[in-house]
Design a protein around this ligand. Structure first.
Ligand code: BGC
Length: 399
């Protein structure tokens, strides 16, 4: 194995990502908080205090900057900013504004996610995304975030993983039959249409707030790999779960690529992970090369829209496997850049261990935290990965 490296392209983002609900704690006015306390079977434990990053964000940013990262993706919570319809909390807007300024003074460029799976409880109770005025309501919230994102924010993500939102809506409609043993449920078409409309409306608002902000959205890429002869089955399976959302980014300033594992497709559809394959704490196949496939597939759809890896990582209790995973993934990112893909950044998932939508067991964090004292401990992987922000080179293992 040769050891080389690929220089960061100019302006390359090098960072880690988080989402409000997963680290802040006590997001009590959100649909998810409500769901966590309503006895839903898939939810093993509630988020409660999470990592208390709502209060401890300065420490998190100090750590990330000290480790060598130059970029930090974090979410702002609609449920806090608009606690009741049409009333915006100046205190919460000021809170998130302090985070933006706090990132900048530490040398971290903030990438702000406006929506990461959670909505205000009132929005969910009135019918959620498929209500006819849902895109307008989202746009109204986005307009209200001007004091947060109006200056100092180079990148805004409107909606995180819209394809997973449509898939989850599809699963909910199908009830118990929702989750297949392999692959993903059939997305709800009405939600797909609504969420694309909401993205377009949000893009317009963000551009109105500051035309210099680079805005886009981030797509969950499942790296669908066809067995020989199953290419058409794969394409038909993938389109509503992924490609329709990637196509909707063709006029955006960038597209976020998020990948963790792969899904193999045979003539009858998705194939379960074979028993001998190594699995991570989420049960997914350990497959570090996923991000390379995800970048190339996305580029084949969006043409010259810049690509940013906005999430990539592994849930593991063994940090040496995390370093091994990132080693394989970064090799793919470097190869994609050298092949001429316009990859403009890489943000690991996740900065911190966090609430993995129902459980704290899958630990994705570069930084661990103690659930009682909230004391943070960067893992060796955090020091290793952050350090490339100083050399500004991507390590390569395959030449
Ligand atoms: C989401 C994150 C999640 C991660 C790992 C992505 O689907 O954006 O919220 O924690 O993957 O499952």
């Amino acid at each position: 194995m040769t050891q080389t490296s690929t220089p960061f392209p100019d302006g390359f983002l090098w960072g880690a990502s988080t989402a409000g609900h997963q680290i802040e704690g006590n997001n009590t006015n959100s649909d998810w908080w409500h769901k966590e306390h309503s006895g839903t079977a898939q939810i093993q434990e509630p988020s409660l205090d999470a990592a208390d990053s709502y209060h401890r964000w300065p420490e998190d940013m100090d750590l990330l900057a000290g480790l060598g990262f130059t970029d930090y993706r974090f979410g702002i919570e609609w449920a806090r900013i608009e606690p009741v319809p049409g009333r915006f909390s100046r205190a919460e807007l000021a809170h998130y504004r302090r985070m933006v300024e706090g990132a900048v003074v530490r040398g971290l460029r903030p990438m702000v996610t406006l929506h990461h799976f959670t909505v205000p409880r009132w929005f969910e109770e009135r019918g959620g995304w498929t209500e006819p005025d849902a895109p307008d309501l989202f746009a109204r919230y986005v307009a209200a975030t001007a004091p947060v994102i109006g200056t100092d924010v180079a990148h805004v993500c409107t909606i995180n993983e819209p394809n997973m939102i449509a898939v989850m809506a599809g699963a909910a409609r199908a009830g118990d039959a929702g989750f297949p043993p392999a692959g993903l449920p059939t997305p709800d078409e009405e939600t797909t249409r609504a969420i694309i409309a909401a993205h377009r409306a949000a893009m317009k608002e963000v551009r109105g707030i500051n035309p210099r902000i680079k805005a886009g959205w981030t797509i969950a890429n499942q790296v669908y790999q066809a067995l020989p002869g199953a290419e058409e089955v794969r394409d038909a399976y993938r389109y509503p779960r992924e490609d329709v959302f990637v196509e909707a980014a063709r006029d955006d300033d960038w597209i976020g690529v998020q990948s963790y594992t792969r899904t193999r497709i045979g003539p009858d559809g998705p194939i379960p992970v074979p028993p001998e394959a190594e699995r991570t704490l989420t049960g997914w196949e350990y497959y570090p090369r996923a991000v390379g496939h995800a970048l190339r597939h996305t580029a084949s759809i969006v043409g010259d829209v810049p690509l940013i890896v906005t999430e990539n990582g592994i849930a593991t209790a063994d940090d040496t496997r995390r370093i091994a995973y990132y080693t394989g993934a970064l090799d793919e990112v470097g190869a994609a850049i050298e092949d001429g893909l316009d990859v403009q950044g890489y943000l690991a998932w996740s900065a911190l261990d966090n609430y993995e939508w129902g459980s704290y067991t899958p630990t994705f964090g570069l930084i661990a935290f103690d659930p009682e004292t909230f004391a943070r401990t960067p893992r060796p992987s955090a020091h290793w990965l952050g350090g490339f922000g100083r050399t500004r080179r991507i390590p390569r293992t395959s030449g």
